[in-house]
Design a protein around this ligand. Structure first.
Ligand code: ADP
Length: 269
């Protein structure tokens, strides 16, 4: 008997695991062969996604660690005596440690949601949506004030839905914080919730920088960023939208984005 993997090279590629065995009759004579083919394409894709993820995480963690290590060496080889430089280096090190912390917090939060949502175990409770939106507003307001951005809420006072309020709140905070970060000063962000054809639709609308069309399909992937340097500068981890997607999926919903460069974006749950 034999066992092997086959790749059918066409678009998209198909991976097959083949088991083959000779068939014998009662007298031990060969009367044929049996081949069983299992389609393992999905499994292969998951394996690849996992290795890519590990490589991405390592890379994301390595960048701040390299910076911190570099400055420690500089301090140890003399810069410690130059008071002003030493202070500046320590400030950068503090910033980079904060980045490491945010990445790890976001990763833990992602894996937590994944664990909880296996078999749809998240707790759903009927709540008034306005309260969830109001909490989001409170969390994001101080960041928005700094840029003089007004956060508006549009939601019927009677609108109720079965959700996991802390998780949904986290998803909305991620969306609204992005909306604020990628908006110019003195603009506004609108959070609205409506019920349409038995579906609850929550959207976060901004009139900020917008996102070019070719980035949209990959936007919800872990660590995907349109402008890496800008995201870093703003303290982003590239995991915010992946967290949103996981939370929404755990609720059995979907998330989408409409965006136009220089006009703004709408994220819809
Ligand atoms: P980050 O931590 O970088 O904000 P996210 O996963 O939250 O990571 O977002 C991924 C990328 O999507 C961001 O780096 C940014 O380029 C883009 N993005 C997200 N939200 C918006 C928005 N409202 N307007 C413009 N770009 C956005």
């Amino acid at each position: 008997s034999l066992e092997d993997d086959l790749v059918i090279r066409r678009q998209p590629e198909i991976y097959l695991r083949v088991y083959g065995a000779v068939l014998l009759n009662a007298q031990g004579q060969r009367i044929g062969a049996l081949a069983v083919l299992n389609d393992i394409t999905r499994l292969r894709k998951l394996e690849r996604a996992r290795t890519d993820f590990v490589a991405n995480v390592s890379h994301e963690l390595k960048t701040p660690i390299t910076t911190i290590k570099g400055f420690i060496e500089t301090l140890l080889t003399g810069a410690l005596e130059e008071k002003e430089n030493a202070r500046r280096f320590l400030e950068i090190m503090a910033q980079e440690s904060e980045r490491l912390n945010s990445i790890i917090d976001d990763l833990l939060s992602l894996s937590g949601i994944e664990q909880d949502s296996k078999g749809f175990q998240i707790m759903l409770e009927e709540v008034e949506l306005r309260d969830v939106l109001q909490n989001t507003f409170q969390v994001c307001q101080s960041g928005a004030k700094g840029k003089n951005i007004t956060i508006q809420i549009e939601c019927d006072i009677n609108l109720k839905a079965k959700v996991n309020a802390p998780l949904l709140g986290q998803a909305l905070v991620n969306l609204v914080q992005n909306a604020v970060e990628y908006s110019v000063k003195d603009s506004r962000v609108l959070i609205s919730a409506v019920q349409e054809n038995g579906q609850l639709i929550i959207s976060v609308h901004d009139w900020g920088s917008g996102i070019a069309r070719d980035h949209l399909p990959r936007l919800f992937e872990r660590f995907y960023r349109v402008d890496k340097a800008r995201s870093r500068e703003l303290g982003g981890t590239g995991l915010g939208l992946a967290i949103v997607k996981h939370i929404v999926q755990a609720h059995g919903g979907t998330v989408s984005v409409d965006s136009e460069l220089q006009k703004g974006s709408v994220f819809k749950i």
